[in-house]
Design a binder for this molecule. Structure first.
Ligand code: GLP
Length: 241
């Protein structure tokens, strides 16, 4: 695991966006694993600017997002499909037919997970997986206790995640309690992983994920076993390393 600490959030974000853009430049038809959350908004802002400036071309890129709330459709402002369209896909030259998220409205949950895994496999696997980290150490929505070999499936969200994310919902109680998520095993299958952690509130969980034991109670710690992972932190998030 390579750990890179940048002094400011903007520099950490810039580096993350540049590594993603470099992947696309080196392999125009690459498969990107994408993430949501407040941390990623700035990364997508940089990628949009780069695309508009003609520095990176997404026309041949295929994307797979980590997760989606169960019960939310694409037009719901809190769905991750809406987030991705709003923050990235609507503003870059990606072919939206090549952008994938689990279907939050799928009736057969088991089949949805299996089909999502098959779609990733049919695409040839993920070249670079972008990740954030939840306050409880989750990647995707792989909450504490998730098997480190888990695959895409429905997962119940923990109270910590509920408290972190319900602020985006109106009313907060309308936040779904479950989500589809790629598994830890799915994430570990990516050729390269980029984990971006910013802000003082993530400092403790960042230290546990990077320097603590590999444990299903902090699923980000499983990345210590991945041979090609880079963790990018700003100084605030790195304060307890
Ligand atoms: C959600 C997503 C995670 C993301 C996390 C971090 O829980 N499922 O993939 O890493 O948010 O969110 P934020 O960047 O808002 O702290």
């Amino acid at each position: 695991m390579e750990v890179i600490i940048r002094p400011t959030t903007a520099q950490a974000v810039e580096l993350t966006a540049r590594l993603l853009a470099d992947t696309v430049k080196a392999k125009p038809a690459c498969k990107l694993g994408l993430a949501t959350g407040a941390t990623m908004e700035a990364v997508y802002d940089v990628l949009v600017k780069m695309n508009k400036a003609g520095e990176v071309d997404f026309s041949q890129v295929t994307s797979f997002n980590l997760d989606e709330y169960i019960g939310l459709g694409p037009d719901d402002v809190n769905s991750y499909r809406y987030y991705m369209n709003h923050h990235l896909f609507d503003h870059i030259n990606i072919d939206k037919r090549n952008t994938h998220l689990p279907n939050g409205l799928a009736e057969d949950e088991l089949a949805e997970g299996i089909n999502y895994e098959a779609d990733i496999e049919d695409a040839g696997g993920i070249d670079v997986q972008l990740l954030g980290i939840g306050n409880d150490g989750h990647v995707g929505f792989n909450e504490p206790g998730s098997s480190l070999s888990s695959r895409t499936r429905a997962k119940s969200l923990t109270p910590v995640t509920y408290r972190q994310n319900c602020v985006y919902f109106n009313p907060p109680e309308s936040m779904p309690k479950r989500a589809f998520t790629m598994g830890v095993g799915t994430i570990l299958d990516a050729n390269r992983v980029i984990l971006l952690i910013t802000g003082a509130r993530k400092a403790e969980i960042a230290a546990r994920a990077i320097e603590g034991p590999v444990t299903s109670m902090v699923t980000a710690s499983a990345l210590q076993m991945h041979p090609n992972t880079v963790v990018i932190l700003d100084a605030d998030a790195a304060a307890q390393l």
